[in-house]
Design a protein. Structure first.
Length: 200
């Protein structure tokens, strides 16, 4: 019997095996799932994988017969990367230091780190960038910064922010209620600009 060309890719939860058997007839294909063994037979062609690197759940594993290939989906009993289809390791996680070390932690770590790094950058940028340069992130970033500032503030700070912003025509934003409550907040246009009241 001829062994068929095949390849696989995996996630922590499942492994997908592609068997390149062009024009396979779904009626003729025989597939058997066992906890540590997989058998594919189509006429003279066959593929037997034993022992599988990790244990699978035969009830949750399935396959589809396509025009070019047969796609088989193994449902893993234990989460983790196998790194190979077959191998003597009763527990795929226990074998990680020996054979699955490069495949196991490596793909998972960068994903987590990138998320963490992205969040860290976003967290640090929100409050910092508008402070250093109000134009840094455009209006959206500035608005986000003020929304957060307002949401985290106490009642007096919120009152100060509202009063100063409204009375100054949006040119001043103060968080000091003791100072703001004493008198009307003056309009302070940016340097080099002139404040004009439009006639209604």
């Amino acid at each position: 019997m001829a062994t068929i060309r095949h390849e696989f890719y995996e996630t922590d939860e499942k492994l997908t095996l592609s068997i390149f058997d062009k024009g396979a007839d779904p009626e003729q294909v025989k597939i058997t799932f066992e906890p540590r063994k997989f058998t594919y037979v189509n006429g003279e062609k066959s593929l037997v994988l034993e022992p599988l690197k990790g244990q699978i759940d035969p009830a949750k594993s399935d396959y589809t017969v396509g025009k070019v290939k047969v796609e088989v989906r193994f449902a893993k009993m234990a989460q983790g990367r196998w790194g190979a289809l077959v191998g003597d390791s009763p527990d795929p996680l226990a074998s990680a230091p020996v054979s699955a070390a490069p495949a196991s932690p490596a793909p998972r770590r960068p994903r987590k780190n990138w998320d963490g790094i992205t969040n860290e950058i976003l967290e640090s940028e929100k409050p910092v960038s508008p402070d250093e340069d109000p134009n840094a992130g455009g209006d959206a970033a500035v608005n986000e910064f003020f929304k957060k500032l307002y949401a985290d503030a106490d009642e007096d700070t919120r009152r100060a922010m509202m009063k100063s912003f409204q009375e100054s025509g949006g040119t001043t934003l103060s968080t000091n209620w003791e100072e703001v409550k004493k008198s009307k907040v003056e309009v302070k246009p940016p340097e080099g600009s002139e404040w004009k009241k439009w006639a209604v």
